[in-house]
Design a binder for this molecule. Structure first.
Ligand code: FAD
Length: 497
């Protein structure tokens, strides 16, 4: 497809999503435990949106990062759940298969994606191992060219609905212990012995169109279905997770742009106490922040489009990928909260996009790396580098640290402080936020002189200033407060009377 054909393709798909969802508003209000009903799903997949992620050599559109992002944006503008469904199948299944899959298996998998209405997902999380995913207990043993995989997985997006899964497991050694490395296997539900059994579907809070649940894994897959890592499985996992964290930008930009458009249109037409809502200063404040999230997310997309091809090894891009993921998903939640605040009571309904948006985007702050952990890890990397450089002044160090140097120049007054590189975790999380904001606004500064509006760039830089200032002022907390054990003993207000 040339560029104009591709734009038309994306527009047609977006129109189809809007058309289907507006015809049947119940789709977004009924909590389908087993996911999108086929009468919604089939007309969407019939247009072959996932061909965008399939390499050209196998008859797809080539998986160009900018095109994958454009498809996710257009889809998520209409429905974040449908956008996430494409993101799961594309970033968490098709991309890793294209990069690490065995040639013979790839030909079969891609053919099914192009010719049939199939979906794929990734199972990492287990009931006892979520954040601590690398300690997962699903195990495999090899015999006669078959890998026997056993374990329990939950919360895999598209549970019971996906036709293909990437399954993570650790090899069981002859002494019964599990290898440190993690391997990934392609499992095809239509093949004998490969079916993953759904034990129960979860009554999830939002994202009604995507099924989640608890799965029992007891399958046999051929050794050829194992993904081939060039070095270690862990490095391969990092590469795929970092790519996926960056590609969330495509879902984010569609979602945030929708929040912004909804908020602007509401505030331009709603009159309260004799004034149009957008005439109130606090409303302008909310709208301008929403617009800044849109601008920052645009910068993230431009960066992701440049760096996230499957030909690149992203395993070393943790700082950028984690910053992108955490700031993006915090902005998504703030955007949804702001829209609901502005819309007021009529937004507090499942059949209104404002109410839905809050619960639909909330898990983005949890999956693919909990945001608290992301910020903490960003700080660990940054503070380690600071310590190595023996530079306690934040501003001076930032000016030498490439991922934030350009951005730091805009906040010199705020950053001219001394940093304790051994600070407790809550302060490291704050530090992580400062670094993540600097990395993110750096992507916006890269848009300067690139046919992107300068007034939007200037506004985003100003909005981020207040965010950095908040975190900097929080760094001065001298005695961190901890939970008081047995708090109920001696804290009953009625005893004070
Ligand atoms: C809607 C949704 C979709 C999902 N999709 C998928 C999917 O497609 N595939 C898949 O495999 N999984 C998926 N997951 C699972 C998700 O990746 C995990 O929920 C996530 O990794 C967190 O694991 P956990 O829920 O077990 O929380 P835990 O690991 O128990 O962590 C809970 C909280 O504890 C805190 N915490 C944990 N560790 C630390 C630390 N070191 N420092 C400070 N605080 C910490 C954080 O606040 C964290 O949020 C999905 C989850 C949801 C809700």
């Amino acid at each position: 497809m040339n560029d104009s054909e591709f734009q038309q393709f994306v527009q047609t798909f977006q129109d189809r999503v809007r058309d289907r969802l507006s015809k049947q508003a119940a789709y977004e209000t009924v909590n389908y435990l087993e996911g999108l009903p086929r009468d919604l799903l089939d007309p969407l997949l019939e247009l072959s949106p996932l061909s965008v992620f399939v390499p050209k050599a196998y008859g797809g559109d080539g998986g160009t990062p900018a095109r994958c992002l454009a498809l996710l944006e257009a889809t998520s503008y209409e429905s974040i759940a449908v956008g996430l469904m494409l993101g799961i199948s594309g970033s968490l299944f098709l991309d890793p298969v294209a990069k690490y899959g065995n040639e013979t298996v790839k030909a079969h998998v891609f053919k099914r994606f192009l010719q049939e209405k199939v979906l794929g997902g990734l199972m990492i999380t287990e009931p006892d191992f979520g954040t601590d995913a690398l300690a997962l207990q699903t195990a495999y043993q090899v015999s006669d060219g078959l890998c026997h995989i056993q374990g329990e997985k939950h919360w895999g997006g598209l549970t019971g609905l996906a036709d293909f899964w990437l399954m993570t497991a650790r090899q069981q050694k002859s002494n019964g212990k599990l290898a440190r490395d993690v391997d990934l296997f392609i499992c095809e539900m239509a093949q004998p012995g490969q079916r993953i059994v759904v034990e129960s579907y979860y009554h999830k809070l939002g994202l009604f169109l995507i099924p989640y649940g608890l799965n029992r894994v007891d399958i046999n897959v051929p050794l050829t279905s194992k993904l081939n890592s060039t070095s270690s499985g862990l490095k391969m996992m990092m590469d795929l997770l970092h790519r996926s964290r960056l590609r969330l930008s495509g879902i984010g930009i569609g979602f945030i742009r929708r929040m912004l458009d909804e908020a602007v249109s509401h505030c331009q037409t709603r009159f309260v106490s004799g004034s149009r809502l957008d005439e109130y200063d606090q409303v302008q404040h909310r709208l301008s922040e929403l617009q800044a999230w849109y601008t920052i997310n645009s910068g993230m997309c431009a960066f992701t489009a440049r760096v996230s091809s499957i030909d690149s090894d992203l395993s070393g891009l943790g700082l950028q990928a984690n910053a992108n993921k955490a700031i993006l998903t915090d902005m998504m939640q703030e955007a949804a909260q702001s829209l609901l605040q502005l819309v007021g009571a009529k937004g507090y309904r499942r059949d209104h996009i404002a109410g839905r948006a809050i619960v639909d985007c909330r898990p983005f702050q949890i999956f693919e790396g909990s945001n608290d952990v992301m910020y903490s890890q960003i700080a660990d990397v940054f503070l380690k580098a600071m310590k190595r450089a023996m530079e306690p002044n934040l501003l001076r160090f930032c000016t030498t640290f490439e991922p934030v140097s350009k951005a730091a120049d805009h906040y010199r007054d705020l950053l001219d402080i001394r940093i304790d590189t051994e600070a407790v975790q809550r302060l490291r999380v704050r530090m992580g936020k400062i670094v993540a904001w600097l990395i993110s606004i750096g992507y916006v500064l890269d848009l300067t002189g690139q046919q992107f509006r300068q007034d939007l760039i200037d506004n985003a830089v100003a909005v981020v200033r207040t965010r950095i200032a908040e975190q900097v002022s929080g760094l001065k907390q001298p005695n961190p407060v901890s939970l008081v054990a047995d708090y109920a003993n001696g804290s009953d207000w009625k005893q004070v009377l």
